[in-house]
Design a protein around this ligand. Sequence first.
Ligand code: DP6
Length: 348
Amino acid sequence: MTAFRILVKAPSNIALVKYMGKLPGGVNLPENPSISMTLSNLATYLEIKVLPAPSFSRRWVPEVPSGGKGDSPNLDRAGEEKFLAHFDRCVSRLSDTPPTGAVEIRSANTFPHSAGIASSASSFAALTLACAGLVARDRKTFEEKFKTDGSFRAELARLSREGSGSSCRSFDGPFVAWEKEQVQVLPSRLPPLSDLVVVISSGQKKVGSSEAHARVKSSPHWQGRVARAGSRFAKLGQAITGGNFQELSEIADADFRDMHQLFETAVPSFSYFAEGTTQVLDFIEEIASPSEVAVTMDAGPNVHVVVPQAEEAHWKRKLSLQFPEYPILVDREGMGAEILLIEEGEMK
Ligand code: DP6
């Protein structure tokens, strides 16, 4: 193989109806369908570089890729193995010829490690896309196909899901529905939206999301969860298509509270709520109506405040005046993963 480099960017996404609970025996197949909003600048930059070498090797290099932004994640051994196993999965699934050369993978997240924002969605989406570029026979055609062919993006999304479930919703945007193996963009009549992430705590999560997916099933409240989420999924799809922000807001509120109730009633129970979480939620409830602001939380203490872009500055000001101690990351809805550069030939 000749010297080669691909640099991609994949955004994070924020679920409005949550993926929580996996089907037994599947590869990150969800118990219930979910819908998310794709972000844009809260993202992973990832580079795969291949240097000519007599035999094949691949390694993770904890450095920021050239042309990338942010910080290289602190992967522990298990994290690194999971990442490299996904590289192997992508290569073997996407190509019939064994890879050659010395492969180096570098990535960086624009959101600081300490911000407590899950990076698995953006990093596995980025890795899947970069691998697809690496093994593509004709890289120009690949680039064009990725840009223009939604079913090709959906195919890569399915593969990415096997690395980390939520990553399958980062290939398109702004609204993506995921049901079993299928990933699909939803047409939207909503105004363009922003996500203001109020960063409450930077601590390492006590219960990781993989463990959370398993433990929620021990909750008595698990009974009926698939039906509840399924009905919200259907209604949210209609709200997005119909441009009904208030309905989106009410569904997002009900679903994140449902998920956190599962955590709190699981055996053993756990919670991501910090003191600041409740203060921010109460403040929003007091000053804003669901027709103005939608709120959600992932498996962490941060509060995602989703508002129309036209009102972004207004709500950012309100929140930072009230909570000067919590940083606020501002991002906007986005269109999904992108290829930034492909270089072939001589390389330093
Ligand atoms: C709470 O995608 O991180 O963010 O498939 O085990 O990698 P794995 O789980 P992951 O779960 C995300 C859970 C969530 C809700 C969501 O994004 O839908």
